[in-house]
Every structure is written in C-alpha cells, then in structure tokens.
Design a binder for this molecule. Structure first.
Ligand code: 13P
Ligand code: SF4
Length: 330
C-alpha cells in the first residue's frame, strides 16, 4: 500500500518566532506552545485585536504574541493610543480596568478574571474615604494597583515608574500614598515628603529579604542588584538601583553588567535573558500567581470567545479616569 506523506512547510512563521526565545524555552516545551501561538496570531488579525503584555508575562507570551509590552505606566499610556477594536490585557485585572477606563469605546478582554493583585485587594473605596476624613486637605496619591472604585476616590494615580517625579511635582509636605506601604516608604526616603501609608503589600516583593540579597552578592562577586520599589525599604537599601520594571529593563539595556539579579517577579529575568544573551541573570524565583493565570491557552480562549469582557460602571469610570489622566499629564 502506498503511504502519502503530508508535507509540512519547512518553517512556519511560528517556528521562526522560536529564535526569539530559544535560550529560555526548551525545544520540547516549544512544541506545546506552537499551535496556540499560531491560532492567536490568526485570531488577532481576524478580530482586529492587540495584546498588551506586562513585563511579568512568560516569554512565549511576551516575545511571541504581544503587540505592546512594558510596565504598568507604559501599558496605561499605550491603552490610550490603541486603534484596534479589541484590547486583550495579558496582565492582571487592574491593568485591564485601567485600559477600559482610558478606552471606554473599545472591547477590553482579560483572559482570566481571577488575575487579581494583593495590593488591589488590600483596600476599598470606603477605606479611602475614611483616610480623607482623618486627614482633611491632604492629597490622595493612589498606586495604579487598585480597583476603579479606589481610583475614583483619589486625587491622582501613580505607578512605580513615575511616583517620585509626581510626588515632587505636587510640591506638598505630606501626602496620603496608598495602598503600598513599602512603595510609599521608599518614595518618602527619596523625596523627603511625609507619607501617610496603608498596610498593603505585594505578595511577591514582600518575600525578599536583605539577607537573601547579601547571600547572592557573596555567591556572585560583581553582581549588579536591581530592586523593584514594592520591596521592603531594607531590601531596596541593598540594591544598586531601584525602579519600575521598565526602568530595570532600561538599566540592563544601557548599563548592563555581566551578572544581574532582578529583585522582582521571575518571568522578568526570563524575558530579559531572551533578548540579552550576553548577561547572566541570577534567579531566585518569586512568581506572581495572578500574572501566571494568564497563559497562551487562556489568551486563545479569550479571542475565540471574546470573553471575559471588562466592564466598569460609567460613573466610577469617569472619576477614576480623571485621577489616571492627571497622572498621565505629569
Ligand atoms: P511596574 O511594571 O509598573 O513596575 O509594576 C510592577 C507590578 O508589580 C505590577 O503588578
Ligand atoms: Fe500585584 Fe505583586 Fe502580582 Fe504585581 S506582582 S500583580 S503587585 S501581587
């Protein structure tokens, strides 16, 4: 009996994409991603959709299907400029909400509604109202890692990428800075502004300790340590540089270093390792369980079913938008 060989094209587009991530994704694992990547690329064209991906997304998302990548600030800025009909947020719920608030006419999808954030979950709109009552006249600066309702009670939003600049611009001696206690303490130290804080913490960054950083430095002479400002101040004090995920990425691109420790969520090291083969990343792996809810499979499902669509109450959205736009204007 004659057998028929079904010929597969030598190189599918998707296989060419493997070049971008081959240093961080084993070939065996790539086989499990290729079909989903191919489907997502096709669905994006069919549905006129773009994928915005945070720096903590895994490399097969970050390098192979995302149209825009960056920190929370960059994603908020880009959300304002999107021309496509559909935005898929490969990130957590507050990022998708921010995109929707800035782009109410677009369909914004989040592949998993359960992708929350320990900071966003730590505070409610009623908590903010109580703080205002306790400190009348003190401006409320709210980290973007919050719900739309909390943003709506705020004077201005900030991200880790612009908090210092924004606090300096406010030019006041005291602010209510919520909900990240450590970010507020780190920015207080940089600016000298008094901070009234809330006891919210990022469950990923609060786990790092100064002892751990000293251990890695002793094990790797010459190590360059970059820490996210959601880390406790005593951890940031051990670092050579502190900044948002985008600032850390820029630091690696410009200043480099043979060995780098990113004191932040661990997919960020994979993403930078894929594009900086000359740099060795020392990797204690603290994963964000919320960010990791977003997978190629869930992105594909979101595009196939056009769900889950993010909705924000228009009255809340309007007030939250003002706080976000004040931030973007700075
Ligand atoms: P940035 O990317 O804005 O630095 O934020 C980090 C973070 O934890 C977002 O969830
Ligand atoms: Fe929230 Fe921390 Fe996860 Fe960022 S890394 S989404 S701040 S829990």
């Amino acid at each position: 009996m004659e057998t028929q060989l079904v010929e597969r094209p030598a190189t599918r587009t998707v296989d060419a994409l493997y070049e971008r991530v081959k240093s961080v994704i084993p070939a065996m694992e790539w086989g499990t991603f290729a079909d989903d990547i191919e489907a997502i690329l096709r669905l994006k064209r069919e549905k006129n959709a773009v994928i915005l991906a945070h720096n903590y997304q895994t490399p097969e998302i970050f390098h192979c299907v995302a149209d825009v990548t960056g920190d929370s600030l960059a994603l908020a800025r880009e959300a304002q400029n999107v021309e496509a009909d559909v935005i898929v947020m490969a990130g957590v719920a507050f990022m998708a909400e921010t995109a929707k608030i800035l782009n109410p006419a677009k369909k914004v999808l989040i592949p998993d509604m359960g992708a929350g954030c320990s900071l966003a979950d730590s505070i409610t709109a009623a908590d903010v109202r109580k703080m205002r009552e306790a400190y009348p006249g003190v401006p409320v600066v709210t980290y973007v890692n919050t719900s739309a309702e909390v943003k709506a009670e705020s004077d201005i939003c900030c991200t880790s990428g612009n908090a210092k600049r924004l606090i300096e611009k406010l030019g006041v001696p005291r602010v209510i800075m919520i909900p990240d206690e450590f970010l507020a303490q780190n920015i207080a130290r940089e600016t000298g502004v008094e901070m009234i804080t809330w006891q919210g913490h990022c469950e990923v960054h609060e786990r790092f300790t100064p002892e751990e950083i000293r251990h890695w430095r002793a094990a790797h002479p010459g190590l360059v340590v970059l820490a996210h400002p959601e880390c406790p101040p005593e951890v940031v004090a051990e670092a050579d540089f502190s900044g948002s995920t985008a600032h850390m990425s820029d630091y690696v691109s410009q200043a480099g270093g043979e060995k780098v420790l990113l004191v932040t969520e661990c997919s960020m090291s994979d993403n930078l390792a894929a594009s900086h083969p000359d740099v060795e990343f020392v990797r204690p792996c603290n994963l964000c369980p919320h960010m990791k809810k977003i997978t190629l499979r869930s992105i594909r499902h979101a595009l196939e079913t056009m769900s889950v669509e993010v909705k924000v109450d228009p009255a809340v959205s309007e007030r939250a938008r003002q706080a976000i736009e004040r931030m973007l204007a700075v």
